[in-house]
Write a protein that binds this ligand. Sequence first.
Ligand SMILES: [Zn+2]
Length: 201
Amino acid sequence: MIFFGTGSANIDTKKTKNTVCQHCKTDNSLFINIYRRHAHVFWIPVFPLGKSGSSYCSHCKEVLSQKQMPEDLKMEYKNIKGNAKGPLWQFAGLAVLACLITFVIYSGGKDKENTQLYLNVPVIGDVYEYRANNGNYSTMKIRRVTEDSLFLSLNDYEINRISRLYKIEKNENYPEDTYGYSKSEVKLMKRQGIILNIERD
Ligand SMILES: [Zn+2]
């Protein structure tokens, strides 16, 4: 499947002044069409590329590329081409991309904020994502909270990519037995980058 390509849009059509068709010799019958090419991804225009165009005679229908035009027509063509501005929709993909980046930055910031909040006020069921000594990733779940300690059940499984933690984050992977950590120990693990994220349903 082709998902990347280019397209073009007609951005201007102008009648020329004081020209004569070199083919049928009709006065003022020549029009200039200007096109702007754009790159598209999945048929969404992403950004505009260069402009091009041609002339055509409304009488004899002869079409000329820039190279084929006589000098006076070429001059007019260049003027019209220089002034032609494309439609904003040729930037649609860039706008979508900008929105996406803004969203990712925003939600990333929100995640960090939440993790800090959850760390300060732990609740039973919170899932801590952490990096194990061997470089793998796993999770642990809060089973009990006391005034100064947390009791966590450690996931039986590890996985080598943090983005795949969801695959092992299942109730049946948490054994009954728990390990107790003081709240300050847990905060230290967060500061040291051992605990990476805290998820709460
Ligand atoms: Zn003509």
